[in-house]
Unconditional design. Structure first.
Length: 198
């Protein structure tokens, strides 16, 4: 989390909200009010888990500027300045940071129409865009988040189903990793030395 904050600081950001729940006191003890890092930190305290977007419903201060939202378990070198510029220039209500994810299908893939085979591909490799857990949200979007449990996918679907709303996809070319397992955490330790320690 401190690494994420340091990256934001490098782009001139200084006001942060950190959502905390289980063992949140450890984060609060470490970051405090942010003064030791030269920033301001306020806490969105979840009395129960609120999902990936629910904590945004705890924001009490409103702003007319976009808000950058980053999952706390993401390790990335994305340019937040470029992402914010992309968001503003595209006129998006919400911008989702996306990353290319290649995967190999270990079987032959059969494409059909009814019972007729149209094509066959042996063990193809495909690439999809995945949600990277990095977002830019306009203030009007933050106001759409209800009190209680709410996931980011629900917010995205709500925006996609609203005709006058525009959702953008910002392709992250830089290093990115989601730290979701112990093996990911170990990999992140090694990657840190390569990508961040300089």
């Amino acid at each position: 989390m401190e690494l994420i904050i340091n990256q934001f600081q490098a782009y001139g950001f200084h006001d942060f909200y950190v959502s905390v729940n289980h063992l949140g006191n450890l984060i609060e003890d470490y970051l405090g009010d942010g003064r030791k890092l030269g920033i301001s930190v306020s806490y969105l305290r979840e009395s129960e888990p609120l999902g990936t977007a629910g904590p945004l419903g705890l924001l009490t201060e409103s702003s007319d500027i976009p808000c950058l939202v980053v999952n706390g378990d993401v390790l990335t070198k994305v340019s937040f300045a470029h992402m914010l510029q992309f968001h503003n220039e595209g006129g998006f209500d919400l911008t989702i940071g996306v990353k290319e994810y290649p995967f190999n299908i270990p079987f032959g893939v059969v494409e059909t129409k009814g019972s007729r085979v149209l094509a066959f591909r042996e063990k193809p490799s495909e690439t999809r865009l995945i949600n990277a857990g990095v977002y830019v949200a306009d203030s009007s979007v933050l106001k759409m988040v209800p009190q209680g449990y709410y996931d980011m996918n629900q917010l995205i679907e709500q925006l996609l189903n609203t005709p006058d709303r525009k959702v953008g996809a910002f392709l992250i070319h830089e290093y990115w990793m989601d730290i979701g397992t112990n093996a990911d955490y170990q990999q992140a330790q090694w990657d840190y030395e390569t990508h961040f320690a300089n």
